[in-house]
Design a protein. Structure first.
Length: 338
């Protein structure tokens, strides 16, 4: 059963003062009053100041503290900090991203920074109303409470002549050398529409592909089109799950020169960059929506928005900036050889 704490009474403070004058130890005083030594030590430390402990002065100081106003919450609705956080939330930045960017901008000014947990609390503990709905809509998952993602049973068949993720070269696994991609589909309402997603493993650069449907032909055609927009040196391999839409992986390799590897069933962590990015894309293309309404130009604009958002894994650089750095480095290497 939890203990209930009561503040020291005026009489107890008088005992503390008398026993302190008699040079009694903190533990002796605590034993006499039936209190913990830490309570007595804290009482003396807070109210004695530089001089001797005075019971009357201690009582007055306690009364003064009781009427002192509490510090206003950092994320109070009308505060400047709340408005700044709200601005970045409306740009679809995550609370963790906002928190770290604020700390990078004002490393020594704690009144201008806030933890990501405080941001979440400000959102979910906000009174019901339009503002709360607006803030939750800015999060990656628009749940009223945070909950784990569930996954159904894998009912996919075996893909012919597929190469396992386990035979990939170490450079792909370690993300040391760029231009190795992971791919997936995000589905629309009733699985009747799809958008292809490609993420470069080292830079996390995102490319989106419009698809008429999730058939093998549409997947091969769409992925071929967007991959071939990239220079040949920038498309070495792609890792995919064992979705049946990738039955035409050999044709995709013939058209693009990209070697296709397949992850194990029920192993989303083997394509973590892709899984994470798909979650971010749901902020732009919510679950249950019709994805066929997006043109390739609109998907390119969404990809650009994502590629210009800072990422913690990239030292708070943007995907586009890191991708461009590697492209420049590749070009310099080519020029030095020539």
């Amino acid at each position: 059963m939890p203990r209930i704490y009561f503040h020291l009474t005026t009489q107890e403070r008088a005992v503390v003062m008398t026993m302190r004058d008699d040079q009694c130890s903190v533990r002796t005083i605590a034993k006499r009053l039936g209190r913990s030594p830490s309570s007595i030590s804290r009482e003396i430390r807070r109210n004695a100041g530089l001089g001797a402990y005075d019971a009357n002065l201690a009582h007055l100081q306690r009364a003064a503290r009781q009427v002192m106003p509490r510090r206003a919450p950092k994320m109070e609705s009308g505060s400047v900090l709340f408005q700044v956080v709200r601005h970045y939330l409306n740009r679809l930045w995550s609370p963790q991203k906002i928190s770290n960017i604020l700390k990078a901008m004002w490393p020594t000014e704690t009144d201008k920074t806030v933890s990501h947990e405080t941001i979440y609390n400000a959102i979910y503990l906000h009174p019901r109303g339009e503002l709360k709905r607006e803030l939750i809509a800015c999060l990656r998952y628009h749940n009223q409470v945070r909950k784990p993602r569930s996954r159904g049973a894998d009912r996919r068949g075996q893909i012919k002549d597929m190469q396992s993720i386990h035979i990939r070269s170490p450079e792909i696994e370690d993300r040391v050398i760029p231009w190795h991609w992971v791919g997936d589909l995000i589905k629309g309402e009733g699985n009747r529409s799809s958008v292809g997603t490609l993420v470069e493993r080292t830079t996390r650069f995102v490319v989106l592909a419009r698809m008429d449907n999730a058939s093998t032909k549409s997947v091969v055609d769409s992925f071929s089109a967007v991959l071939n927009r990239e220079p040949e040196a920038l498309r070495k391999s792609m890792t995919y799950d064992q979705g049946r839409e990738m039955q035409g992986h050999k044709i995709l390799t013939e058209r693009t020169g990209v070697q296709i590897y397949f992850a194990d069933p029920h192993s989303p962590w083997q394509r973590g960059s892709n899984e994470n990015t798909n979650g971010l894309l749901r902020q732009y293309m919510p679950k249950g929506s019709d994805l066929s309404i997006y043109s390739q130009e609109e998907l390119d604009a969404i990809a650009l928005s994502l590629n210009t958002r800072p990422r913690q894994t990239l030292g708070w650089k943007t995907r586009l900036a890191v991708y461009t750095e590697h492209m420049i480095r590749l070009q310099l290497q080519a020029n030095s050889i020539n």
